[in-house]
Design a protein. Structure first.
Lengths: 235, 175
């Protein structure tokens, strides 16, 4: 009897594996994501590959010699560099206060920056091409005294609606590279200057304010990008 | 060589991706994180493919990576869960993940009973009984001795039977 029970349990355990079903679209989406990552990884490594070992060694030796020369001129230069480094380092050693944490962890709004907020639950009724599949993933960083947040809303098709916030760059025209291939269109959205970039795979919308730049991507429909941009509440 | 590497990994994903996702999902019961960890497993395999020695099979190697990532995640997640409980007052109003991961009704009791076991018990049962790895392979994946696999599995099955009995008493079912 005990033996029979054990055998039956074994069979049921084996069946459990088959009885769990994972959505095929999600599996496919993960496959595509992995493919992109693997390709991206290869691209990042490529520039180093043509450099011969000897050239790297020679460059390292020259660098070593430079750092070893002890002249007042070089020391002065070092001091200046040190000051510059300290300034640059501002964004790396930061204190996250309880207030900061509360802002980021709010469940009614997504804090993008000190001037922009987005409703935590995007209004799905006015977004035709997306179906959300969970809570947004929030990742926050502090640059000088400003909290900057990226938000990724998981979608049912395995993609992510992404809002990426960064300190404003000098040029808002996409990357300004391949502008012939990419089609860019200037717009005014939510009373802010914006650029709609039509890339090969999917469009993205970049909104620029005086201090920040917000990039919205992950949706096929350009109108939906604009609708999400219109949901951002600017102070 | 690089081209071969990504072809290998994508091929392995096709072959083992779903099984590894299910293994991680049964360990952490969170489909989003299970997808993230499945992705990370294959990405890590791609990065470290040169270190893969054919002493174990690729399947065992991938499960070992998945096991390490999952255990790491569980360790890191523990304090986070406490913080989350303290901070997050509002519950998720999003649709349940049933459309993404489904479990047939006939296996639900077993799934729930399994999820109530402690992590080591759950994992050894999944690897030996669901995934049907040998004792030797299970020992490689978990980084245990073979005798530890045997003794832990014995105790794990007893604990599972106990859980099922409890559930049977509650639901009025008998296996």
């Amino acid at each position: 009897m005990g033996m029979l029970y054990k055998e039956q349990l074994d069979i049921e355990l084996q069946n459990l594996e088959a009885d769990i079903y994972w959505d095929k679209e999600r599996k496919k989406a993960l496959h595509l994501k992995l493919k992109d990552q693997v390709k991206g990884h290869k691209k990042r490594r490529k520039p180093l590959q043509p450099l011969p070992f000897v050239a790297i060694m020679a460059a390292a030796a020259i660098l070593f010699l430079f750092t070893r020369i002890e002249s007042p001129l070089f020391q002065k230069g070092e001091e200046q560099n040190a000051v510059a480094d300290r300034e640059v380092d501002h964004g790396e050693s930061v204190i996250i206060t309880v207030e900061d944490q509360k802002k980021v962890e709010s469940k009614t709004t997504v804090f993008l920056s000190d001037e922009a907020m987005l409703p935590y639950t995007l209004n799905p009724k006015i977004l035709s091409s997306i179906k959300r599949a969970g809570e947004p993933k929030i990742s926050a960083r502090k640059v000088k005294d400003s909290i900057i947040v990226n938000a990724e809303y998981p979608l049912k098709d395995g993609n992510y609606l992404s809002i990426h916030t960064e300190k404003k760059q000098n040029n808002v025209q996409g990357n300004n590279i391949n502008s012939v291939i990419k089609k860019e269109q200037s717009l005014t959205v939510n009373n802010k200057q914006a650029v709609l970039v039509r890339e090969e795979t999917e469009p993205k919308l970049i909104i620029r304010t005086n201090r920040y730049q917000y990039t919205i991507s992950g949706m096929k429909e350009e109108n939906d990008l604009i609708r999400v941009a219109e949901m951002i509440h600017f102070k | 060589m690089e081209k071969e590497k990504d072809e290998i990994i994508l091929e392995w994903y096709e072959k083992f991706g779903e099984a590894i996702f299910k293994y991680i999902f049964m360990m952490i019961h969170d489909y989003q994180q299970a997808e993230d960890l499945t992705n990370e497993t294959f990405l890590k395999a791609f990065i470290h493919l040169d270190t893969f020695k054919s002493q174990s099979t690729e399947k065992t190697w991938l499960y070992r990576i998945a096991h390490n990532l999952t255990v790491d995640m569980i360790r890191k997640k523990k304090p986070l869960i406490l913080i989350k409980e303290a901070f997050l007052l509002k519950k998720d109003e999003e649709p349940l993940p049933e459309e993404i991961v489904q479990i047939k009704e006939q296996s639900l009791d077993l799934y729930h009973a399994l999820s109530k076991l402690k992590q080591t018990y759950r994992e050894v049962i999944i690897l030996r009984k669901l995934k049907e790895f040998s004792i030797e392979e299970t020992a490689v994946i978990l980084g245990w001795s073979e005798s530890k696999v045997k003794s832990t599995l014995f105790r794990a099955i007893r604990a599972l039977e106990k859980e099922l009995k409890k559930e049977g008493e509650v639901n009025g079912n008998v296996i």
